[in-house]
Design a protein around this ligand. Structure first.
Ligand code: PLP
Length: 472
């Protein structure tokens, strides 16, 4: 493709995206295709001859769009959001256009140095402790996902803990994201050495007293408590683990405190939400949050900060001959390849930089506050309805709730709630997901798409209410 052809098709593609974003509301939120339908509509063999780009775009409309679930739809309330925004899309496009691979400072100095600036900016925006910024012994780095970030934290924690791998223990709760269990498998933590700490049944937050007793028993047996994961905003219900009390226990035993704030962490752009990070400044060894969830930055963009980068670099740095270069050997530059699992890396900082510059701190705060207001409004509708039970804790954009299903035993009520969820999602009018407290299935409505407004939240409640009424 020549630059002139690129210019022409590039304009078509940008127009296509703008039209798509404008058309979102007319589309069913969740794709309605059956398994295999998209694949069957595509040729099984690649073309022998190149095709005009228009044909690619035509197939995008004809074949792929029906198989797309519209994450940016204003009535997408499932999971946590995966925000996209104009500046992030443009930043990603620029990154593709530059086509750099920033594994080393030397392979594109600006790719590394912009990343350093942007992760430090974000730390300031969230009022994270100065110890996590790059000028200190610590620093931040953009990862693809929080899953990778937690794995990096675990490897760094292992490097700091030392000793035999078989004696290392890790502590999570039943509400911790499954990526921690996966990280343990990858890092070679013995399956029996992953401890699942109890949660308070009312709040679903990790019980620090149970943590303390597990850690003490392990230490008495000669185990090495290596990492404790505290979550700020659990995946199920956005529970907030008591970071400070967990941190105190880590401090007593030398364990690494990893804070997973993948979804909720970005809300600390708002000063009134900074209470969520209580204990982070004093105790966190690492902290992860995902601008790709709720901060207007297209997937993928997850930021991991560490208080001390050395154990991570000890765990991950290998310098083969072909990567040796004067800048690396001078010790004056950061090579982010040592801060992540893969070698190669995209220029993700560009999209986060675009987002922060376009919205400014003010715009980012308004984005978060707007969703929290809508979530509060939705929670009010649920609370006012006697046939529904509201999960009281909803400090962010997620509201959990369930129908009472009067007269039904819990098991049947849970099945009825799942049937309601499926009927709602099949309708194409909205998309919700679910979780479970200690016994009940809860519906999850996460307000988070940039285009969601009051009308969408009220419409969602009407559909939920009417569908429930038809089933009850
Ligand atoms: N941690 C928490 C609390 C999450 O809610 C999620 C995903 O929803 C993750 C980690 C995993 O995020 P990622 O997809 O970036 O790995």
């Amino acid at each position: 493709m020549t630059p002139d052809e690129f210019r022409r098709h590039g304009r078509q593609v940008v127009d296509w995206i703008a039209d798509y974003l404008e058309s979102l509301e007319s589309r069913p939120v969740r794709s309605q295709v059956r398994p295999g339908e998209v694949r069957a509509a595509l040729p099984s063999a690649p073309p022998e001859r190149g095709e005009p780009y228009e044909q690619v775009l035509a197939d995008l409309d004809r074949v792929l769009l029906p198989g797309i679930t519209h994450w940016q739809h204003p009535s997408f309330f499932a999971y946590f959001p995966a925000n996209a925004s104009g500046p992030a899309i443009l930043g990603d496009l620029l990154s593709s256009g530059l086509g750099v691979q920033g594994m080393l400072w030397a392979t594109s100095p600006a790719c590394t140095e912009l990343e350093t600036v942007v992760v430090d900016w974000l730390a300031r925006l969230l009022d994270l402790p100065a110890a996590l910024r790059t000028d200190s012994a610590g620093g931040g780095v953009i990862q693809d996902t929080a899953s990778s970030a937690s794995l990096v934290a675990l490897l760094a924690a292992g490097s700091r803990a030392g000793g035999e791998l078989a004696r290392r223990t890790v502590y999570t709760s039943s509400q911790t994201h499954s990526s921690l269990e996966k990280a343990c498998r990858i890092a070679g933590i013995a399956p029996g050495n992953l401890r699942v700490v109890d949660v308070d049944p009312r709040t679903l937050a990790l019980d620090p007293e149970h943590l303390r007793s597990l850690v003490s028993a392990d230490v008495a047996q000669g185990a090495v408590p290596t990492l404790v994961c505290a979550t700020i905003g659990t995946t199920g219900t956005t529970a907030i683990d008591p970071v400070r009390r967990i941190g105190e226990i880590c401090r007593e035993h030398g364990g690494w405190l990893h804070v997973d704030a993948a979804y909720a962490g970005v809300s600390a752009v708002c000063p009134e939400l900074r209470w969520i990070n209580d204990g982070v400044a004093d105790y966190a060894d690492s902290y992860v949050t995902n601008p790709h969830k709720w901060l207007l930055t297209n997937f993928d963009c997850s930021v991991l900060w560490l208080r001390d980068r050395r154990p991570m670099i000890e765990a991950l740095s290998i310098l083969p001959e072909y990567l040796r270069n004067a800048a690396t050997l001078s010790g004056q530059v950061i090579d982010y390849r040592d801060w992540q699992i893969p070698l190669g890396r995209r220029f993700r900082a560009l999209k986060l930089w675009s987002v922060i510059r376009w919205y400014g701190a003010e715009g980012l705060r308004e984005h978060i506050r707007g969703h929290i207001r809508l979530a509060d409004e939705f929670a009010g509708l649920v609370a006012a309805d006697e046939e529904f039970v509201l999960w009281e804790h909803h400090p962010f954009g997620l509201v959990c709730f369930r129908p009472r299903w009067p007269g039904l035993p819990i098991q049947d009520a849970n099945e009825a709630t799942i049937a309601l969820l499926e009927r709602l999602n099949d309708s194409g009018e909205l998309y919700l997901s679910h979780t479970k407290d200690t016994e009940h299935v809860l519906l999850r409505l996460a307000v988070g798409a940039p285009s969601t407004g009051r009308e969408h939240v009220h419409a969602a409640w009407r559909v939920i209410r009417d569908t429930y009424a038809a089933m009850a």
